[in-house]
Design a protein around this ligand. Structure first.
Ligand SMILES: *[C@@H]1O[C@H](CO)[C@@H](O)[C@H](O)[C@H]1NC(C)=O
Ligand SMILES: *[C@@H]1O[C@H](CO)[C@@H](O)[C@H](O)[C@H]1NC(C)=O
Ligand SMILES: *[C@@H]1O[C@H](CO)[C@@H](O)[C@H](O)[C@H]1NC(C)=O
Length: 351
């Protein structure tokens, strides 16, 4: 064997070793990380979370450029907003609504940790603590939170006017005040580049009506998954909402991103709200864990009860940011397997 071929062999082995090292996945934790309520974080913990959100908003998108018209997908943050927009009609008012959003927020949590050096877990917003006085919620704190309401902007009264809305303009304080291109996508299902400020349109009335402990306990008391899920989502009417709509319309009203079915993840509060919906589902599962780790039903497509039910094998996709899973893979948040979720909550709702 000539020197040259020995050298080539050595190069090949080195390359193989190098690629093995690079391809080795980050070791997955087998101990669930613990999600805590926003107001119980210390100020340094709050600021490290908000810095991680700003970081993920500054990293470049990884969405493959298959569709040249998706010019609004610029950042890693946009990757998730875009994923939500594309799947809106198949992830709301369906049986896998909670499972899909569980995976979506867990994907975001992993992005913050793996790509932005965040060392905590995704915080949740326990809105039952604020339902009686929404505007004073610590999540809207201008210094330690996500900023508050926008100035009042009148809308044409009609079916889309969220009762009790008080804002609608760009946020005037907090980390995203004074920035005109926080949001790149929407409104609605539009994904061509459209720079917008972050808007909030708080409705203390709506939050009071649907985010209190009374509504939460009514939901928790449902006896099977189908009815539990229906209670969480409510119906698409401001007169028959649930805790899900309570958070979206309580914060986003008519004009804020949180009130937009498609582009709602553009407001970082989305993930604190959905973490708490997930906590409510886990609270419900824990009341009868053996049965409720496998209890899943409800339409496969938006409110279409004729097409069959979601099941443990219904696929879930969080887009290019994570591998595809099934509903069954996320039923146990503490499973910590080779795929799926690995987190838990510091406290749960009880009946
Ligand atoms: C919960 O309390 C709020 C505020 O008093 C009220 O508007 C709402 O109708 C109540 N919900 C239920 C389900 O009782
Ligand atoms: C979906 O599941 C529900 C509850 O288990 C059941 O009553 C219903 O018949 C199922 N629907 C279809 C279309 O299979
Ligand atoms: C994941 O699922 C989505 C939606 O069904 C699909 O478009 C995508 O190609 C899948 N990705 C992989 C890697 O299989």
């Amino acid at each position: 064997m000539g020197v040259n071929s020995v050298y080539k062999k050595w190069l090949a082995i080195t390359a193989l070793l190098a690629s093995t090292t690079i391809a080795k996945p980050t070791p997955r934790s087998t101990i669930p990380i613990i999600r805590k309520e926003w107001r119980t974080l210390t100020n340094p913990e709050k600021s490290s979370y908000i810095n991680a959100v700003k970081c993920i908003m500054s990293l470049p998108s990884i969405t493959p450029p298959l569709d040249p018209s998706h010019t609004g997908v610029l950042t890693r943050y946009d990757d998730l907003v875009y994923t939500h927009i594309l799947q809106t009609m198949s992830i709301h008012y369906v049986g896998h609504f909670l499972a899909w959003h569980r995976y979506f927020t867990a994907t975001y949590e992993q992005m913050l940790r793996n790509e932005c050096s965040y060392s905590g877990a995704q915080p949740y917003w326990d809105w039952t603590l604020d339902a009686a006085d929404l505007t004073s919620s610590p999540v809207f704190d201008p210094v330690t939170g996500f900023g508050g309401n926008g100035p009042f902007v009148a809308t044409v009264p009609g079916p889309f006017e969220v009762p009790g809305r008080t804002g609608g303009g760009c946020v005037v304080d907090g980390p995203w005040a004074g920035i005109n291109d926080v949001v790149h996508l929407g409104p609605g299902d539009s994904y061509t580049y459209n720079p917008q400020c972050l808007k909030r349109d708080l409705s203390p009335y709506f939050a009071g009506r649907y985010l209190g402990m009374n509504q939460t306990l009514l939901t928790l008391a449902e006896e099977d998954f189908g009815w539990f899920n229906t209670r969480v989502e409510g119906f698409p009417s401001f007169e028959a909402s649930g805790v899900h709509g309570g958070g979206h319309y309580g914060v986003g009203g008519t004009l804020g991103q949180m009130g937009d079915l498609f582009v709602s993840p553009a407001d970082p509060i989305f993930h604190l709200h959905h973490a708490n919906l997930d906590r409510l589902w886990w609270s419900w599962q824990k009341l009868d864990l053996a049965n409720r780790l496998v209890d899943i039903s409800g339409p496969l497509l938006l409110m279409d009860y004729s097409m069959g039910n979601s099941s443990l094998s219904t696929p879930l996709s969080a887009g290019p940011s994570a591998v595809n899973l099934t509903v069954g893979d996320v039923m146990d948040i503490e499973a910590c397997g080779t795929v799926g979720t690995c987190y838990t909550y510091d406290s749960l709702y009880t009946l």
